[in-house]
Each structure stands twice: as structure tokens, then as C-alpha cells.
Design a protein around this ligand. Sequence first.
Ligand code: C2E
Ligand code: MG
Ligand code: MG
Length: 406
Amino acid sequence: MAASASGLRVLVIDEQSVTRRMAAKMVRDGGATEVLEAEGVEHALVLLDAQQLPVDLVITDIKAGASSGSMDAVAFVRRIAERRLAAHLIIASALEEPIIRAVEAMANGFGLDVAGLVRRPISPETLRPVIVRLVARRAAAPLLRSRSVHLTVEDLRHAIADKQFVPYFQPRVRASDGSVTAAEALIRWAHPERGLVPPGAFIPLADRTGLIDGITDVVLEKSINWARVWRDAGIDIAVSVNLTENALNQPRLPERIAQLARQHDVAHGRIVLEVTESAAITDKASSLEALARLRIMGFGLSIDDFGTGMGTPEQLARTPFTEVKIDQALVTGVCEQPQFFGVLEYSLKLAKQLNLKTVAEGVETQADWDLLNDLGCDEMQGYHVARPMPGEEIEGWAKGWHREAL
Ligand code: C2E
Ligand code: MG
Ligand code: MG
């Protein structure tokens, strides 16, 4: 595999030494700068802990019946994701597809990018295209490379004080007529040396250490300001902002948003707050209070990553939301994954029955769009429509988009 793995630092885990050595040789021949090998996840963790920097790629097998007492591969995936020991993961498994997909969704949920799934036993034919795709994606998207930045609380504090956070905005459009309805604020850390650091690399740390409120406030301020600027330029769309559960629980949050809306003269209906399904479906009194107050004040409330949380229809019916955003794990490339049609259809139907607007995120192709449109999804967001962009670019994009509407 000439130069296909060029520049990567890779860890290969497989208990079968023949398979492991073969995979290691493949990536080494493909130009990887460093290849580590481990026969099991415990050994792998020791190797990863000893590294100065996170590795770029872990290729690991996931199998049934991990021996008792030892860490299983799923717990291992979670561990490397949480501790940011690796940037990308390739899962090799002979298990049924739904199980592997569940692990993939979990890894992505913890901020570890899953570069691909291959069937075991691994062969050059199956592994090579996945690595080639990964290397191409890394070359195209500097954000992916910076996932492996190691961050400290001090770095974050300094970045907040130095105002290094900038929201990018990703538009979303109505499926029926292509009109632009809203833009979602997606924060990036404009790091002086490392370039744009994606939110997955620092939001969890900020959330755990109480620094999230400072970041949320910056995003709210800038986003509401942009909503006003766009409206003045004739682009009257809503802006949506992501909230972690802790940010939602900040007691003064509803007043603060109302204050910013007043200050920038933006109608409450033009501001949407996104909360992930797991935080949205809650019995926690403080979250319920915040959600109810925000809704009574007239802000939009969106359940993010819908379809992956634990919400039952009954719980969903009790939450005061205005829309759901179908998780990209169910959306991206859905046409090639018929096993997801049922879940997707069910999620959309459930939302409709609860009178919620439906938005698909991660729409990457026309084929994804067509299928979601056929299933009755109201709005689309994803690379097929537009990539996240600086606030300054929204006006030009929105004006151009109408001309070339679908
Ligand atoms: P999210 O709210 O579910 O945002 C969607 C993510 O999907 C974004 O990643 C977006 O860039 C990406 N995306 C959009 N379209 C496509 C597509 O067609 N294909 C693929 N593969 N991906 C697509 P991003 O910007 O890395 O953000 C990741 C997550 O970080 C967000 O997920 C959100 O949960 C969180 N986040 C972002 N900004 C903030 C923020 O200001 N505050 C908080 N608390 N969380 C934030
Ligand atoms: Mg979101
Ligand atoms: Mg989402």
C-alpha cells in the first residue's frame, strides 16, 4: 500500500500474532512513521500511556467473550476516547454489524473519530481503502489532525481570558423549498500554534472543570450578535447554540439569554438552544426548570443527537422541546445502510407525533437528502448543504445558495 499510511503513528491490537503482524506490516509499508503492536487492550493502554503524544490511529479487534476480569475492548475504546490517547480508530470485528455500529456510535459520542469498520480477519484489501480515506480526510480537514492536541485546564483558562474561541456557523435549509431557516453555532478554538481545534477536543474538559459557562457565554453573545447582523443584511434566520447539561443548569442562564436578545434586538423565537438527548430526557429538577423557563420565554429548544439517547416516547412527550435533530450517525450514508431505515423512520414518526420539527444533521450526499426527504424530514443540515463557516461568510453563502437551490 504505497504511501497510503504516510506520516501516521499507529497502534495495532490483535491477539492473533499473525493477523497483528500482517496489519502492522501493511501500515509500515504504507509509510507510517511509527507502528506499535499489542496483543491485548491492557498492554495497549500501557503502550499508549507511555507515549508523549496521542497516536494518530488505533486499529483494534472487538470480539465476543472477553475473558473475565480483564478490560473488554468496548471499555478500552471508551478509555482511549476519554483520555484522548488516540485521534482515530479502525474497528476490526467479526461480530454482527449492529454491535459494531453501537461501538462506533459510542466512540464518536466520546469524541474519538471512527475512521472505518473492517471485517475480521483483516486483509490488505479491506484495510487499505479505509486508511487511504482517512489520510485523505486528514489532509483535507486540519480540524481532524488537531483532535490529538493535549490540553490542560490552564490552556483553556488562558484561551477564555484571551478570547480565542470563535463560533463557526453551519446553515440548515428547509427540505421542501431549500430556503435557509437557521445556522448552528459550532465553536472552534483558534489556537495560536495549533490552528483550529474542534469542540470535541476541549468541551468535555471545559464541562468537567466548570469552565464551560465562560465558553457558553462567548458563543451566546457572538451568535446572537450575528443573528442581528444577518437580519440587517436581509437574512432573517434563527441561530442555534449548543448547551451541555452543566451549562443548562447554570441558574442565571435563561435571564442571560433574554438579556443578550434584548441587547441585540433579536426575537426570542430566532434563538434556539440545543441540548443532547441524554441531557434533555431528564428528571433533574434544575434541568427541567431551565428547559421550562426557556420555553416559556419563547426560545426554541432542540433535542440534539436524537435517536441515540435513551428517551422513551413517554419521556419525550413530557419535555417542552420544539424540534429534534436526528443524529448524524443515523443520517450520514444512510442509503447504504438499510438496517438503519427502520430506526430513522421510527424517530421521524415519533417526532411528528409529538409535533416536533425534524432536522437531519450530517446530510452529506444527494442520496441521503432524497431518502430523508422521502421519509418526511423537514430540514437538512450537513456538508451537502454547507460546511460550517465564519459568521462573515453566511450572508454571501445564503445569497448564492438561493440561486443554485436544489
Ligand atoms: P453537534 O451539535 O451534533 O454538531 C454537529 C457536528 O457535526 C459538528 O461537528 C459539525 O461540524 C458536524 N457535521 C456537520 N455536517 C456534517 C456532515 O455532513 N458530515 C459529518 N461527518 N459531520 C458533519 P463539530 O463542529 O466538531 O462539533 C461537535 C460537537 O461539539 C457538536 O455536535 C456539539 O455537541 C459540540 N459543540 C460545538 N460547539 C459547541 C458549543 O458552543 N457549546 C457546546 N456545549 N458544545 C458545542
Ligand atoms: Mg448541535
Ligand atoms: Mg448533533
